[in-house]
Design a protein around this ligand. Structure first.
Ligand SMILES: [Cu+2]
Length: 137
C-alpha cells in the first residue's frame, strides 16, 4: 500500500515538472526579443525611409526622429487599423501626431494587412513630397 502511494507520487512529480518549466522559459525568450523598432527621420520635406514594412499582429515601436524643423505624422487609416498603446493614443489628435525636436515614439500593433498612406500636414510639406506608405504584411 505504501509502495503504491509512493509510485503515484513519483508519477505525479514527473508529469508536473515539464508542465511547470515550459511556460516560464517561453516568457523569458519573449522578453529578450522585445518589440520591433522602426526609426524614421523627418527632415527636408522627406520621411526617411518613406516606405515602411510592418507585420500584422506584431507590436512595433515607430520612432519618429525630427531631424530639423517642425513636422507631423498623419496616418488616420493606419491608426484606425491598429491597437494603440494608451500613451500613444493620448498623443494622437484627428489621426495625427505632432513631431517636434526630440522626436516621438509610437507604440502600436497593426491588426489588418494593407497599404496605409501617411503624410506631414504642415503647410505645403506633403506637396513638396513629405509623404509615404506603411505596408502591413
Ligand atoms: Cu513636414
Amino acid at each position: 500500500m505504501l509502495r503504491t502511494g509512493l509510485m503515484i507520487a513519483a508519477a505525479a512529480l514527473i508529469v508536473a515538472l515539464p508542465a511547470s518549466s515550459t511556460p516560464s522559459s517561453a516568457q523569458a525568450s519573449a522578453q529578450e526579443a522585445g518589440p520591433m523598432v522602426v526609426e524614421m527621420q523627418l527632415k527636408n520635406f522627406d520621411f526617411t525611409p518613406s516606405t515602411v514594412h510592418l507585420r500584422r499582429g506584431v507590436p512595433v515601436v515607430l520612432r519618429l526622429v525630427d531631424a530639423g524643423g517642425s513636422h507631423s505624422f498623419s496616418a488616420p487609416e493606419l491608426f484606425a487599423a491598429s491597437t494603440l498603446d494608451p500613451t500613444t493614443a493620448a498623443l494622437i489628435r484627428n489621426g495625427k501626431v505632432e513631431v517636434r525636436e526630440g522626436g516621438v515614439e509610437l507604440r502600436l500593433t497593426p491588426n489588418t494587412a494593407g497599404s496605409y498612406a501617411f503624410r506631414c500636414t504642415h503647410f505645403m510639406h506633403s506637396a513638396f513630397g513629405m509623404k509615404g506608405t506603411v505596408i502591413v504584411d
